[in-house]
Design a protein around this ligand. Structure first.
Ligand code: HAM
Length: 413
């Protein structure tokens, strides 16, 4: 788990802002759900046999004995919110962002506390809705400034198809069981689809000899995903069909996707999503959504040469000699800030020399200097830091003069 500070924090803020703007253009509403939920919400919705639930959740008992968990992803909490607060007849479009927690072995692009930008469109299975969600996925990444990513899509079919694929794969893989890695031998029992995801060469070779999961699909499921592809083609969205993509969470049915980036190394998925069905209490909730991994997005952006935003926006420093002048400067600072001009006053009593050094370091363009003499005369000295030019102004005309130097509304060019 890591701290986040400037200048990276500025980049995060910029990405979050663009994410929100993009979601708003698609008519999505924001939702913020708690970081802690009952553990069984996750085990039921993500699937008891998934790696996230089996190995990666931070969970602990409450005083009552009921177990809580730090959320390992955002979808389950959002669906719990929908089940409690939104009528079943309503289609709901939601976005969220924040920290998620998984007890994984940390490495580049893999953290125990990581952050997701997420979207959930709560609606019945419909290829056009899935395609719109993919379009939003692509827009979100583009708005963040990412160019060079690859969108890989596949389908898991409906629940009947998933059962047929699972049984078919079990049969196909049975003769090779002794050759699979220990993890895949365990997956054979608990979650055979995940064997398709194994990165080990030996397992990949064996998997390569099994029929593609699509061969088990019903006609209806095949037609569903073909329609998704057709709409994406119409939208001009480039994608690759990835016949052995499965995704790691059990709630998926029909369309699934992952977005990879060549700059990411072993953990190359910058985002992933798909259509899902989850039973929460008495309600069966269907939807389609995705989540972008913030840390990985940042790495990918940096590999593409994205710069960090400027460190500070400070434009004016108010230097004071004497306590009375400091108090008067604070009032002027509040007036400048009310006009949208970022400015600083020293947080403690400092010599004028120290304040001038701090002003230069802050990146300010102007220093306003006020001492006993200026207070008595009702003036302020304005110094332009680049040129070193100074002039004395009546205090009442300072705002106007600052605006004149900084340009309209204090906006930076
Ligand atoms: P996920 O594929 O498990 O999907 O995670 C989405 C993204 O979160 C990944 O592509 C990756 O970028 C990032 N991520 C996951 N684990 C870590 C980690 N330990 N460290 C850094 N980044 C990580 C979900 O979570 C689904 N809830 C997405 C979804 C929403 N599907 C439908 N709706």
């Amino acid at each position: 788990m890591q701290d986040l500070a400037e200048p990276e924090a500025g980049l995060w803020r910029r990405i979050e802002r663009r994410f929100v703007e993009t979601c708003r253009r698609y008519g999505l509403e924001e939702v913020r759900t708690p970081i802690v939920e009952y553990e069984d919400l996750f085990s039921y919705s993500l699937g008891k046999s998934t790696e996230v639930v089996q190995k990666e959740m931070y969970s602990f008992p409450e005083a009552t004995g009921r177990r809580l968990a730090l959320r390992p992803e955002g979808t389950a909490g959002v669906l719990r919110y929908v089940s409690e607060s939104r009528p079943a007849t309503e289609d709901v479009r939601l976005f969220y962002y924040g920290p998620m927690f998984r007890r994984e072995r940390p490495q580049a692009g893999r953290r125990r506390q990581f952050h997701q930008l997420g979207v959930e469109l709560i609606c019945a299975a419909d290829p056009v809705a899935d395609a719109e969600c993919v379009a939003l996925q692509v827009d979100v990444l583009r708005a963040a400034g990412l160019g060079n990513f690859v969108l890989r899509i596949n389908t898991r079919g409906d629940l009947g198809d998933i059962n047929r694929v699972t049984q078919g794969l079990r049969q196909q893989l049975h003769p090779f069981l002794p050759e699979l890695c220990p993890d895949c031998r365990r997956r054979y029992e608990t979650n055979v689809l995940r064997i398709l995801d194994c990165k080990r060469d030996g397992c990949r070779r064996i998997v390569g000899r099994t029929p593609e999961p699509a061969t088990y699909l019903s006609d209806a499921s095949r037609s569903y995903i073909e329609q998704v592809y057709a709409v994406l083609d119409r939208l001009g969205i480039a994608f690759r069909v990835e016949p052995r993509l499965v995704r790691g969470l059990d709630y998926y049915a029909h369309t699934i996707w992952e977005v990879t980036h060549p700059g990411l190394g072993a953990q190359d998925a910058v985002a992933g999503g798909g259509r899902y069905v989850v039973q929460i209490g008495t309600r069966r909730i269907e939807g389609v959504g995705f989540a972008v991994g913030m840390e990985r997005l940042i790495i990918a952006l940096q590999r593409e040469g994205a710069g960090l935003p400027g460190r500070r926006e400070i434009r004016v420093w108010l230097a004071a000699v004497g306590e009375e002048a400091r108090a008067a400067n604070l009032k002027l600072a509040c007036q400048l800030r009310a006009e949208g001009i970022a400015c600083l006053v020293a947080l403690r009593f400092q010599s004028l020399k120290a304040q001038m050094r701090a002003a230069a370091k802050s990146g300010a363009e102007l220093v306003l200097i006020r001492g006993d003499e200026e207070l008595r005369r009702g003036t302020i000295r304005l110094r332009e830091l680049d040129s070193g030019r100074e002039r004395d102004l009546p205090a009442g005309r300072v705002l106007e003069a600052v605006r004149g130097v900084l340009g309209p509304l204090g906006g930076r060019a």
